[in-house]
Design a protein around this ligand. Sequence first.
Ligand code: NAD
Length: 497
Amino acid sequence: MKHVSHWIDGSPAGPGDRTAEIYDPATGAVAGRVALATAEEVDAAVDAAARAFPAWRDASLVKRAQILFKFRELLDAHRDELAALITSEHGKVHADALGEVARGIEVVEFACGIPHLLKGGFSENVSTRVDSYSIRQPLGVVAGITPFNFPAMVPMWMFPVAIACGNTFVLKPSEKDPSASLLIAELWKRAGLPDGVFNVVQGDKVAVDRLLEHPAVRAVSFVGSTPIARYVYETGTAHGKRVQALGGAKNHMLVLPDADLDLVADSAVSAGFGSAGERCMAISVVLAVDPIGDELVGKIVSRVRDLTVGPGGDPASQMGPLVTAAHRDKVASYLDLGVEEGAKLVVDGRETPVLGGRGDGFWLGPTVLDHVPPNSRVHREEIFGPVLSIVRVRSYEEGLDLINTGEYGNGTAVFTNDGGAARRFQNEVEVGMVGINVPIPVPMAFYSFGGWKASLFGDTHVHGTEGVHFYTRGKVVTSRWLDPSHGGVNLGFPTNA
Ligand code: NAD
């Protein structure tokens, strides 16, 4: 039975009295316990980060970059181990876990360029013999609070950039799959990161609330569900912190009649059921513009019936279990609800066979609901599981309107062979990340990731240059070196004479 502790000031710490169970989703068995930090344990982590800040802030850019390069090499060497840890607690298949590690490493690679990213501007002679230049400086201690669905990648959206900028970091991972965070902490230490620069507090609302209130925490990055994102944004900003809080999603794929329907079916099934639909960029709704609905649903259903569901560690599995029994039950409740609301259940995931048998694992197979009414809860609410809804629409305009009137605005995709229609969609759609014949348009590390509307509270997206901006504050220096000809009192407002 494993015990997952905190990581404070370069060493494991705890667990104390408060703990929670960790499950193996493929068997339903309790696999270990995770510490749940008290407010005092959070304070210890923040204190360690605050003590480490002055020296880390002053570490040269080249030194910081060298540690990041080394960390990147260690992550690369431990990809498999990290992915296996993720699979054992999250349930996703190993290849998918490797994919999230790879996308996280890309952010580290981006952050290796920090000497270039932190270059300021310089203007000579803004006034006679007066120069001006801008610099960006780190904030201090910053915190990251992350969801269960990407236990390695989402934290890596945050801390490589924050640490590269000269901040020190406290991570509060999801208590459902906490182990990856500790392996990452060990790799940072082996890469030469000074103790206290990267800390982990395991925990729940108690830890989150303390981070939001702690006066030494200058900024909070959050990724999770919309109600908690809103709470974190409101509470953190009320305590004077800079906050970026990414929330939930309901991502539509608009399929125009001229699209390649085999490509559409492959893409919808991949993006709908990869990671059992537990991705914030999963496609959960296909908007099929008349008259292609019946043909498209036929192609989707035949592919779904061929999917292999089984334990994430079995290379034959394409889709694993859901993360917990409670989450599986919540997702499954939408199947009967959908039928009550008038949808047609064309593939029922409760009947899907599971490699090696169901046992007590948290299983729900891929499910397809057709003719989902636009005003139903199944269409409007985030389900976050392997449930693909098909909504039939008469026109591009009707489909666009359904996307733009939805609560969320994380990701979306249009499938068409008409460049003009695609361009119109990219211009008119009110969503932060748009795919054109690409179903999961997750921006690369050198762009920034973030949604609109209820998918993001705050105004800065994560990683890329917006990440650098979030974790630094600007300063502009105006400088004049003594020149006898400029002496004398002048009460006028400075102008650029
Ligand atoms: P969650 O909101 O339940 O938990 C996220 C974090 O908040 C966890 O660390 C958790 O411990 C903490 N938390 C939970 N309840 C809290 C409370 N009452 N007070 C304070 N903190 C609390 O989310 P989850 O179930 O772990 O993750 C799934 C959600 O995350 C989905 O809604 C998904 O769309 C979203 N998500 C969004 C993105 C994005 O980029 N927008 C990316 C990944 C996941």
